[in-house]
Each structure stands twice: as C-alpha cells, then as structure tokens.
Design a protein around this ligand. Structure first.
Ligand code: AMP
Length: 369
C-alpha cells in the first residue's frame, strides 16, 4: 500500500508518498506562497490539483491536522462527522485547522472513493493527567470553553520516542523519556512509561520554550500592561508574541545557524535565553518523572546543532549525573546518535524526526484495524 501524506498549511502544502511495505519515500514536494500576490498558484485547490497531477500511485491519503482537542486521541478515518468535528475546533486553532481542512475537503472532492485519515498534532498528549493539563483558572473555562493545555508536535515526540526504544531494544511502555523538539517552533515533552504526561506547549503553541518568533512562557499580566498602558491593540499583542518575539525579538534573526555565526552580543544573549529555558524544562521534567532513561534532541536545531545541545546540557552533570560525550556530540549521523558517555546516568540522543513517516505509519495502522 502507498500512502500520500499531505501537510496543508496556510500558505504552503508539503507532501510525501510512502510505500508502506518497506517505508520507502517514493516521492515528495513542497508548494509554497499559495495565494500570495506574486505567486502563480492562487489557491489550495490549484496547488492540490498540481500535486495530484504528479502523484498518481497512492492507495490512501493521510492528512496532518494541528488541533484535535479532546475529540481525537489517535489517528482517525475521515468521515463527514470527522470533518464536522475538525470544523468545530477552528476557534481553538484559527490559523491551522482551516488550512488543514482545505486539504481534506479538496482531496475528498477529488478522490471520494479513497480512504483518507486525519493525524492530529495534539493526539499524543491526550494522555496528560488533569493536574498537568489544567490551568489554575476558574473550572468553568475548561468545562464550558475547552480552555486547557493541549500540547503540539505530538507526532514528532512520539516518533523519536519510538526510535529511541527501537535503538535501546526496549519496550517504549517501560521507558521514561524527555523529548526536546527544537525547531523554529519548539516544545519539550515528559514521557512516562511511553505516554506523554506533560509538554511545554499549552492551549496554543505559544507557551513554553523560547522559539524562533514566539516568546514562550511570559507573565500574562504583560498583556494587560501592553494594552492598558502602552496602547497596543490585541491584534498587535498577538503579532508581537507570536511573530516578533523569541529569538527574532531578542536579536533580529530566527535562524539559529545565522545567530551562532554572529558576533553580536544580542545573538549570544538570544542563545543564552533559549538554552536556559530548555534547561529549566529538563530539570522540571526530571523532577516529575523521577527516573529518566533518556533525553532526546530533535527538530532542525536539536538534530543539527552540537553547540546548542552542549549549551543546554552544560552543568547537568553536577545535579543529575548527565554526561555528554563531546566527541560523539560533534559526529555527523544519519538517523540516531547516542551522544552521552557510558557513565552517564541518563542516556542522551540526537534523533532525526520524520513527522510525515509517522503520519503514514499511524494511518496505515488505522486503515488496517
Ligand atoms: P525546523 O523548524 O525544525 O526546520 O528548524 C529550523 C531551525 O533549525 C532554524 O532555526 C535553523 O537555523 C535551525 N538549524 C538548521 N540546521 C542547523 C544547523 N546546522 N545548526 C544550527 N541550527 C540549524
């Protein structure tokens, strides 16, 4: 069986075609700048028509959907009811779910007979216990308005956790892990006996680590101050926290490669603040997990930057007997690299994530159930 994975974003569509027999990537592509002024591709419909012109040999289609809230705990075959539910969740993910839905609806229209599956970024975190996912807000906000922590990047956290278990030749259900997805968006996840028990992103992807353009954790009273004292509109605050903060807010760039090559003091500070926040999350997740078998770095930064990994791990030997092997940390690798010393109490890994492959695998399982 060949599965076509479609990741339909607001202005881009990524696709990958996998042969599920040997998990081989058969074809992939990216259409960007959909609907932008000087782009020749005006709509998602047009972009998907182009994709379906070049990709013919698929048996099923799998769609990435950002927000599944409490309605979806796992990959789900798309029916009219599922589409309705994803539509109802738009207020929780106003930027992402509509674009994901466009991809689903157009594919359904063009291929009504083909089985299609939705795989949700939030699903892996549905195992979080109440004391971890509830905010200390009036309970009615959760019960009536669904305000709680959901977490995102679930497909990536789950994928690297499974790759780690495979490498250790161990059962994931017996492992406690801390996974760090460090890309332009970034999140940490505490995994206990194979399931997510906490993660740094919350009601939206804004909470948690310092990201490329997002602030991560801040005192929410800053919002009142921005609006009431400094005269910002709420739209401006939204843009400020999501698009103009994080690394870009501190040093003007969200490209970690560029930041690491810069000698500006603001670049150094941006890296220091980002690494410090990651270290705080590692410490707190060790505290809640008790025993930790491995810490895993993934995402564009986590996979590629030995410097950032080293900076995050610096000092953890004293408190937690975590010992990086600086030679292994620098080595290039294909899929997975063990970067801790044999004497380290907690194993350290860099693992290349593959969200699309994980989406294809989960879809294959649900189709064959
Ligand atoms: P992602 O969103 O997962 O694609 O990750 C994007 C981030 O990874 C950007 O900040 C890139 O600068 C960063 N990145 C990619 N390659 C490297 C590298 N070799 N060293 C440091 N950062 C990198």
């Amino acid at each position: 069986m060949n599965i076509l994975v479609i990741n339909s974003g607001s202005s881009s569509i990524k696709y990958k075609l996998f042969c599920m027999k040997n998990l081989e990537l058969l074809q992939d592509g990216l259409i960007e700048k959909i609907g932008e002024d000087n782009s020749s591709i005006k709509s998602h419909h047009e972009a998907l028509l182009g994709i379906f012109e070049s990709v013919k040999n698929f048996d099923s289609i799998a769609h990435r959907v950002v927000h599944g809230a409490e309605e979806f705990e796992s990959a789900t075959i798309i029916t009219p009811k599922v589409i309705e539910l994803i539509e109802e969740l738009i207020p929780l993910a106003p930027l992402h779910n509509p674009a994901n839905l466009d991809g689903i609806k157009i594919s359904k229209e063009l291929y009504p007979e083909v089985t299609q599956v939705a795989v949700f970024d939030t699903a892996f975190h549905q195992s979080m216990p109440k004391h971890s996912f509830l905010y200390a807000l009036p309970t009615k906000l959760y019960e009536q308005s669904k305000i709680r922590r959901y977490g995102f990047h679930g497909t990536s956290h789950f994928y690297v956790a499974k790759e780690c278990a495979k490498f250790l030749n161990d059962d994931l259900k017996k492992l406690n892990l801390i996974t760090l997805h460090l890309g332009n968006g970034a999140s940490a996840c505490a995994i206990e006996n194979g399931v997510s028990v906490d993660t740094s992103m919350g009601f939206t992807p804004l909470e948690g680590l310092v990201m490329g353009t997002r602030s991560g954790d801040i005192d929410s009273a800053i919002v009142f101050h921005l609006v009431n004292t400094l005269g910002y509109t709420l739209d401006e605050v939204d843009k400020l926290l999501n698009k103009q903060s994080g690394l870009v807010g501190i040093c003007g760039s969200n490209d970690v490669r560029e930041i690491l090559n810069s000698s500006n003091s603001s670049s150094k500070l941006a890296i220091d603040i980002m690494a410090y926040r990651i270290k705080k999350y590692i410490g707190s997740y060790i505290a809640i997990l008790g025993r930790v078998d491995a810490i895993i770095f993934t995402g564009g930064i986590g996979e590629n930057s030995a410097v950032i990994r080293s900076k995050v791990l610096d000092g953890l030997d004293l408190a937690f007997n975590i010992e990086e092997d600086s030679v292994k940390n620098e080595e290039k690798f294909d899929k997975i690299s063990l970067i801790s010393k044999d004497s380290s109490k907690i194993k350290l890994f860099a693992i290349k994530t593959n969200e699309e492959l994980e989406i294809a695998k989960q879809s294959y399982e649900v189709i064959n159930e």
